[in-house]
Design a protein around this ligand. Structure first.
Ligand code: DGJ
Length: 558
């Protein structure tokens, strides 16, 4: 069987929805570091060690503008080099996150020489707070300074990264304006009274699904005019205006970088969804605009909700994606950071928006792991990356779940890379609300549900990936569910064999032939949950250890 190559000298290519590395389909099984974990060489080593021990294949790590260019035109690339070395020593790939002009709606990563010079690098203003620590996206000097630093960063990578350790670069981080729906600085006001570019009108006119399209219709479907006359005074108009401003600024930054080195580039988004917390007593309810810690005390102020300014206005969301696409052609795709909201809808919307899905930030818990399987299996994601995995310790319950998730996803990625062009790939994600899911695999229908052995208590979430290797042969990887099979045309389906498999990252082995009790007497495939135990009330013991991967061969009879 083919090997999953982690390092090499080949190419990195984005083709359609897929990332190709060294000529093979590559699924980013990433982990994003905490914001300060790449700020010194020793922090880098410690964080990269954790990522390696957990079994991810890619590190997503920040490059901070203030550390890269502490004085104007004086660059310190030593942290970038330290990351390249640390990644290569651990056979990891890298996705660099350019924390330049903006990081989470603020400009805290701008160097001191930028922060101090308010005339040359003007700030955005909001109605409530006046000037804020946020570079105005209408400022040309900030844009050019950011673009020049970004181009030095990418130029350096071209020189020192012939082996393509760096797969792609994220440009800025969760851009957008917080605290108001649009920038009220003098520069911004002037732009708002200027003409809406034709490309923006075209993007809005041809996308009826956008909220701002309704505004455009309501204002008379004008083909020219100022922002005020074409879109009216509305939060949607403000959001479209800011989206165009950030996208145009970022286009200059991205294009300057690409001119130095043509790497895939993307932008990530803080989503327009309410924050819901699974705290005792609050499950499923909308939280106020603060995030609580486990004690229930509000601790971190975070914006939430569904109006621009509560979430960063103008950020790369599906609701303004056509404007981003029109104004920032050097950006390959828009990516969602998914902590909250309707996971399936968000994945589908981003796939629709730019034809690709990478989730650069997501939960690192069991729920996050189940979403990683769904992203890769159901939505064909080119990658997934739980956030903050470098602060997980081995004694934390999520460590084993995440490490097992990476191991099984590496196995799934290997099977996906080898799958026949027409071979089907499906994701399984089961929770309390949906304890059973069905999928069609060619002429077979597979049902996945949580009642393993009929008597074991279900453990949620359950998750997995199914890859069709041949018409009658499936590899199923995952945890916590039982798979049974039916035939689309009503024939009876039997199991010829079930092999339990193990994948060590390079080669596959058959660890057991499963039959008898381990397959419900040939009726099902059991993928036990991690840490499953034989139920105490039942007098007959069951085998509860399992690699989490099987190959099943099916047949039909009448
Ligand atoms: C989203 C940001 O993009 C990350 O950099 C990090 O700050 C997380 N939120 C956690 O707060």
């Amino acid at each position: 069987m083919s090997e999953t190559k982690i390092s090499g000298n080949g190419e990195v290519l984005l083709k359609g929805p897929t990332l190709w590395v060294d000529g093979a389909r590559f699924v980013v099984l990433g982990g994003e570091l905490h914001n300060s974990s790449s700020s010194t060489p020793q922090a880098i080593v410690a964080a990269f060690d954790r990522v390696r021990s957990l079994g991810a294949n890619t590190v997503l790590a920040p490059v901070a503008w203030d550390l890269l260019e502490p004085a104007e035109n004086q660059f310190d690339l030593s942290l970038v080099d330290a990351m390249l070395t640390a990644a290569r020593e651990r056979e990891l790939r890298l996705i660099l996150l350019w924390f330049g002009s903006w990081k989470n709606g603020m400009s805290s990563y701008a160097p001191a020489w930028v922060k101090r010079d308010l005339d040359r690098f003007p700030r955005a203003q909001t109605r409530e707070s006046g000037r804020i620590e946020h570079l105005s996206p209408f400022a040309v000097e900030s844009r050019d300074a950011d673009a020049s630093a970004f181009s030095v960063l990418l130029g350096h990578l071209r020189e020192v990264d012939q082996q393509r350790t760096v797969l792609m670069v994220q440009v800025e981080n969760e851009v957008g304006l917080l605290g108001d729906s649009r920038d009220r600085s003098a520069l911004a006001e002037k732009a708002f009274d200027g003409a809406v570019p034709e490309t923006v009108i075209e993007a809005i006119a041809t996308a009826p699904q956008l909220p701002v399209h309704q505004r455009w219709l309501a204002e008379g479907s004008r083909r020219e005019g100022t922002w005020r006359t074409v879109l009216g005074e509305s939060p949607e108009a403000d959001e479209a205006f800011m989206a165009y401003a950030y996208a145009s600024y970022i286009e200059k930054v991205a294009a300057a970088g690409r001119e130095s080195y043509d790497l895939p580039l993307y932008v990530n988004a803080w989503l327009d969804v309410p924050i819901t917390l699974d705290l005792p007593g609050t499950e499923g309810s909308s939280a106020p605009e603060t995030q609580n810690d486990a004690s229930g005390e509000p601790d971190v102020a975070v914006a939430a909700g569904e109006s621009p300014g509560k979430y960063p206005s103008g950020g790369p969301l599906p609701r303004v994606a056509p404007i981003w696409r029109a104004a920032a052609p050097s950006i390959d795709f828009l990516a969602p950071d998914i902590y909250f909201g309707d996971f399936d809808k968000i994945c589908a919307d981003y796939n629709d928006a730019t034809g690709r899905l990478l989730i650069p930030e997501m939960r690192r818990s069991a729920v996050g792991v189940s979403q990683m399987f769904a992203a890769v299996g159901t939505y064909g994601a080119l990658g997934v990356a739980p956030f903050g995995i470098d602060s997980l310790t081995e004694d934390h319950p999520d460590w084993a779940t995440l490490a097992d998730g990476y191991r099984l996803l590496a196995a799934a990625a290997d099977r996906i890379a080898s799958a026949k062009p027409a071979g089907l790939i499906a994701g399984v994600r089961i929770d309390e609300k949906n304890p059973s899911v069905q999928m069609s695999m060619g002429s077979y229908a597979l049902t996945a549900q949580t009642r393993t052995y009929g008597v074991a208590a279900p453990k949620y979430p359950a998750y997995g990936i199914v890859v069709q290797e041949d018409e009658d042969q499936l590899v199923i990887m995952g945890r916590g569910f039982t798979a049974t099979f039916a035939h689309a045309e009503g024939a009876k389906v039997g199991i010829l064999s079930v092999d339990e498999l193990d994948f060590d990252g390079k080669k596959w082995t058959v660890t057991r032939r499963l039959n008898g009790d381990e397959t419900g007497s040939g009726s099902a495939v059991y993928l036990l949950s991690l840490g499953a135990t034989s139920p105490a009330f039942f007098p007959i013991p069951f085998v509860t250890s399992h690699t989490g991967a099987v190959r099943v061969r099916l047949y039909t009879y009448q």
